[in-house]
Design a protein around this ligand. Structure first.
Ligand SMILES: *Cc1c(COP(=O)(O)O)cnc(C)c1O
Length: 341
């Protein structure tokens, strides 16, 4: 099977498994796991923040970041297709009493002025006050869109003037960093809290890291434990993250080139389906007449794609699909698109 449904489907490499097996561990709830501490330090340093916190999932890292910045009854602003508002099962509302308002965008691309125009930081006794803005980079449902650094910096300036905080959902910030050549710390400087995933393009089996000020991370440690997210000898998983940072960041450029090639092959088959020039990272979104039908027919030929809507399918390239695999998937999908045209 060529599984292009997501970059979460990768399995740890043999080298990563060796790194995990050899990890030095301790009880991280007691703060005694040296491998976890090393990972948290390393990610915080990369992003230019004071401290980091390992979490089991990206959703938990996002929810902790949001909770740190927004009090119950206050508001978080984000894109209408943001993961935090579409794909975390209402956790902000259900667990933290956070309300949201959203802005529309093209491909999830941030327009800082338009986002900031929604802010009402001091809404008085009748309306909801805005406490934070969340931005996603790259934008998942937008199709792997890389947020322009200038827009992130503009948002940072506009929100700071208004006393509003910024959370960056950087599940695929590594992809943005590699695609745009922007230092991770430059992205980190645009937000108060940042979440990054180790289990997407980086290929670790589990884990995300939230970075912020030392004071906020100390608070997040308490909130994480309260939610049942304190883990013990979790250096086994942190070791996978450290290994991924050493070996799987720069190679994301291969995933990006493969995604672009896949899009080009499919556009050759049917130009209405995808515009390859819009493929910026490892995500290819297809506009088709019958996405479930395409997914079913492709699966019958050994290619798995994800269905985002009745007319939207999505493909992701990742560590477990090489050039040959991408070419084979392109051939199957191109044929299906031609017969459906
Ligand atoms: C995958 C993802 C997350 C986190 O997802 P988990 O499955 O909870 O690890 C957060 N934000 C974005 C944009 C994602 O794509």
């Amino acid at each position: 099977m060529l599984d292009l449904r997501s970059d979460t489907v990768t399995r740890p490499t043999a080298a990563m498994r060796r790194a995990m097996a050899g990890a030095d561990v301790g009880d991280d709830v007691y703060g005694e796991d040296p491998t976890v501490a090393a990972l948290e330090r390393r990610v915080a340093d990369l992003l230019g923040h004071e401290a980091g916190l390992l979490t089991a999932t990206g959703s938990l890292a996002n929810q902790l970041g949001m909770r740190l910045l927004v009090d119950p009854g206050e508001e978080l602003l984000c894109d209408v297709r943001a993961h935090v508002v579409r794909a975390e099962l209402g956790a902000g509302a259900a667990l933290s009493g956070i309300t949201t308002r959203t802005w529309q965008s093209e491909d999830g691309r941030l327009d800082a002025e338009a986002a900031a125009a929604l802010m009402e930081p001091d809404a008085g006794p009748y309306l909801v006050s805005t406490a934070a803005v969340a931005v996603e980079n790259t934008h998942n449902f937008g199709g792997g869109t890389v947020q322009p650094l200038a827009q992130l910096q503009r948002l940072r300036a506009l929100t700071a003037d208004a006393g509003v905080a910024v959370h960056l959902d950087g599940a695929r910030l590594w992809n943005a960093h590699v695609a745009a050549g922007v230092p991770l710390a430059a992205y980190g400087a645009c937000a108060d809290t940042v979440s990054v995933c180790l289990s997407k393009g980086l290929g670790a089996p589990v884990g995300s890291v939230l970075v912020a000020s030392a004071e906020r991370v100390a608070q997040a440690r308490v909130l994480r434990k309260r939610l049942g997210g304190g883990m013990r000898q979790v250096g086994l998983l942190a070791a996978a993250g450290l290994h991924a940072l050493d070996h799987h960041v720069e190679r994301l450029a291969d995933d990006h080139a493969r995604a672009r090639r896949l899009a080009e092959r499919l556009a050759d088959a049917d130009p209405a389906v995808v515009d390859p020039s819009r493929v910026e990272t490892n995500i290819v979104v297809l506009a088709v007449d019958d996405a479930p039908g395409l997914a079913r027919d492709a699966a019958a030929q050994g290619v798995l794609v994800s269905v985002l809507g009745p007319r939207t399918a999505r493909l992701l390239t990742h560590l477990d699909v090489d050039d040959e695999g991408v070419d084979a998937a392109a051939e199957v999908l191109a044929k299906l698109l031609v017969t459906r045209r």
